[in-house]
Ligand binder design. Sequence first.
Ligand code: TYM
Length: 345
Amino acid sequence: MAAFKELVFSGVQPTGNLHLGNYLGAITKFVALQETHDCIYCVVDLHAITVPQDPETLRSSIREVTAAFIACGIDPKKHIVFNQSQVPEHAELAWVFNCVARLGWLNRMTQFKEKAGKDRENASVGLYAYPALMAADILVYRATHVPVGEDQKQHLELARDIAQKFNNDLGPSIAAHGFGEAFFPQPEPLIQGPATRVMSLRDGTKKMSKSDPSDYSRINLTDDADAIAQKVRKAKTDPEPLPSEEAGLAARPEADNLVGIYAALSDASREDVLRQFGGAQFSTFKASLVDLAVAKLGPIGSEMKRLTADPAAIDAILADGSERASAIARKTMDSVKDILGFVRR
Ligand code: TYM
């Protein structure tokens, strides 16, 4: 396959509270990748409206996710931070991809099945076509690496299938326009580390999620020290002490989850954590976890508060990022139009 310049892209929906899962599964990776790659991080507001949103809440959530990115250490000057709706090429390329993706591919998407639930007839067409827009988000920048949590793996596979089908179906035209064998790269998911799937604090078999009705199921990035301490103390566990080896976590989802969270927060492995806490009671372990979580998340929450107090400054960051993102996206879209045979100005 042709060589593509390495570029990182990822997105976060501005819906509900950002939580520890988003932070450990995605945002900490975004931060680290800035050292080695050019990165584009997007607040995906077009994805948010696949389910109904209150406009005022949506507006403040877009600013809050932007603030979270920055509070966690993303540099919007060196890299690009923007919101999706300010770059219309995302929606434009998504339409092209709606015509590339097959119904059979989308019918397999487990997230649609979960989100649409039993009343599938009443789900929006947008919710169904969501993965084609997600593929467009990535490929409109011809991005090569996509840091995400485990739950996005199937969508990334679909993005790869779409890229490949576009490259195959339009091969001669792609070559004729000087792009060699492939116009789009095969974007690679980066799903690594001990917390690619952070589970609910109330039920170790359920994913930690923005939409869980119980706030005790998750730690929000905006939670203060008291809230973090309460939630960790109340987190479901089992009566056994912690094992000394990873194999001992096998049938203990809640223990496994808390150890994974501790490992990710302290930049260690599960084994490292068990070496330290093997044989300890949960009360001891939870006290250390509270200290660690408060030390890591406390400053982020206060910085988010400071940043969201000045919405105009956040909007200026998004406007600047959108302009720089647009310049790249427009170029891709022009080439896509040429490849497809559209007549353009
Ligand atoms: P979203 O907004 O649901 O979640 C943002 C990121 O957080 C990760 N994540 C988790 N990781 C570990 N444990 C959890 N419990 C957990 N919950 C969420 C998600 O995997 C994600 O990386 N479709 C995407 C947004 C998107 C996107 C994109 C991502 C739109 N276009 C293009 C990458 C590239 C979503 O709904 O993420």
